[in-house]
Ligand binder design. Sequence first.
Ligand code: GTQ
Ligand code: FE2
Length: 365
Amino acid sequence: MAKPEMKSEADAFRAAFHERMHANNMYGLWELASQMTAHPQPKMIPHMWPWSVTESIIAESAQAVPVGDERRALQLFNPGLGGRWATTNNLIAAVQILLPGEVARAHRHTPTAIRFIIEGTGAYTAVDGERVYMAPGDLILTPSWSWHDHGNETQERVVWMDGLDIPLIASMEAMFFQFYSAQQVPATRPANASKQLHGHAHISPTWVKEKSMASPLLLYSWEQTSQALAALRDHEGSPFDGVLLEYRHPQTGGPVLPTMACMVQLLRPGERTKAHRHTGSAVYYVVNGTGATIIDGQQFKWSKGDIVALPPWALHEHANSSANSDAVLFSIQDLPVLNALGLYYEEALTENGGHQNVTSTFKAD
Ligand code: GTQ
Ligand code: FE2
């Protein structure tokens, strides 16, 4: 009977020790070792926001809430992130609507933003005194700390997807926000001036000496994007992504923004890519077509307007399910952050001919 008593004495001693350690704001590494995981185990989960749902809620928001001081933007919350303001661990995607005659009040913030235009032609985002005019498929940048307001002087509603690095900036405790003193920033530059100055492929103004981390080109028009996709459609492309193109900073050739890369990819009729995984998260917006993305065995069947969140280190492959129409995906990715920190890792699935087995199919609730 001596042994169990000895053991419980040791247990009591150990328990008291842990209590005292925790009371002094200390934890033993032996209590935490399970957090040093062998590979990334993201809390975010793969998820899809189907356009039919998003569209009906964004349309209703225009009736239910005024544009007010804040923007009328639906923030897509990842169900795995416990109510955090985040679509992926580092990125937020949102869908914003602006009705005819409305203005979203001028402000600036340290999070960097992009807009990908879904619907409506002729509204604008004014960035540091330059009105950047929108058409469907256009990409518009709002670099960190640039003043911006949105205006719609057309007769139709305009809808776009916002992409921002809010979760990243919040985790670094580097959030700053200010409203501008007036509703809108006075126009100090001609409309679309950045495109006029910097929007010429492979040929650039030599007298512009200023070089910032964010691209000086604020508008990447769908016209140019679709031309590039069409010109490259007969190339093999990437085995994992089809004809995947990255929007570039015209002066550095690097990503358009220091924390966010923007990409567009063409999946040709019937094309099915191989699976790989990499560090860094992404949010996809389906520009057109029908197909599916398999993420860690879960199939997400998508069509135009759907938005899909991809976690870091999740196996993924894409397929265009149509035999005669193209599919195009736009995406925002936190890849530049991983690259800057030397944390980009990538791995192809080698088993099973590079394809995953589908173990479940996503259904929106
Ligand atoms: O339109 O400026 O979805 O500041 C989140 C924060 C949009 C915007 C968002 C923003 C904006
Ligand atoms: Fe903003």
